[in-house]
Design a protein around this ligand. Structure first.
Ligand code: GDP
Ligand code: MG
Length: 249
């Protein structure tokens, strides 16, 4: 049945509705929350509670598809390895963020890429649960990732050159974009859209029934914020103002 639907869509007659889970990873203060909030509200709000971990829900139309983003904005990567593993297993696609002003955050990118790869290839202590779809005859395909070099507006504080980023990207075979969440909504949204395109391609290649996994207790505990639908669909919606409830004074 799903094959049939996909065929129809390719002919342009049916819009697709997809839920896509994005996990934003990266060291503290690289701008993960700024990116998520910028993408969803179009605003750059300077300061957030750095310990806040949230799943943002946001609907947008991309190339005629209705996309339900669930965006996990992580905080505190130093925590229990099992927790981070569970979050990584939850995701369909990954934004791995560093700041061009912070060499240490750049050095962390490689470790995070390997971790995502490892867990989605069925590795990690959780065992088989990570395999969803990975056990197919095609073997393991790395999950879609995008490296994001944020804060490119801070040219005078730059400690990681564009070339450094490019060579890491080539080495890891993971695409990279330099952005400024502060200066550009287009660049920020562009990162989410590019990652979505890769996720959509991978979802088309493997039936969704193999990919959906049970929602774990941990993931249910993470607070969710619904942005209010850009498409006007029904649902419990927070207003944009309620984002402020989550921000420090
Ligand atoms: P997180 O810990 O990764 O979630 O980082 P935050 O989103 O809380 O951002 C950390 C700090 O970096 C905050 O003071 C933000 O205002 C700032 N920041 C985030 N993105 C940018 C950017 O693109 N340019 C500049 N100049 N500052 C940014
Ligand atoms: Mg944050």
């Amino acid at each position: 049945m799903s094959t049939n639907r996909r065929t129809l869509r390719r002919s342009g007659s049916l819009p697709t509705s997809r839920t896509v889970r994005i996990v934003i990873l990266g060291q503290a203060a690289v701008g993960k929350t700024a990116m998520a909030v910028r993408f969803i509200t179009k605003r750059f709000i300077g300061e957030y509670d750095p310990t806040l971990e949230t799943i943002y829900r946001h609907e947008v139309a991309i190339n005629g598809d209705v996309v339900h983003f669930e965006i996990l904005d992580t905080a505190g990567q130093e925590e229990d390895a099992l927790l981070i593993e569970e979050k990584i297993r939850w995701g369909d696609g990954f934004l791995i963020v560093y700041s061009v002003t912070d060499r240490c955050s750049f050095d962390e990118v490689m470790r995070l890429c390997f971790l995502v790869n490892h867990i989605h290839s069925g590795g990690g202590s959780g065992g088989g649960a990570g395999r969803r779809g990975g056990g197919s005859s095609n073997g393991h395909e790395p999950p879609p990732m995008l490296i994001v070099a944020n804060k490119k507006d801070l040219e005078y504080d730059r400690m990681v050159t564009a070339e450094d980023g490019e060579s890491l990207s080539r080495g890891l075979k993971v695409p990279l974009r330099e952005i400024s969440a502060r200066d550009s909504w287009e660049e920020t949204a562009g990162a989410f859209h590019a990652l979505y395109a890769d996720v959509a391609q991978q979802l088309d290649a493997s039936p969704p029934s193999f990919r959906r996994r049970a929602v774990s207790k941990l993931m249910e505990k993470i607070p969710r914020i619904h942005s209010g639908s850009a498409l006007g669909a029904a649902g419990r919606s927070f207003s944009f103002g309620s984002f402020r409830d989550f921000l420090p004074e």
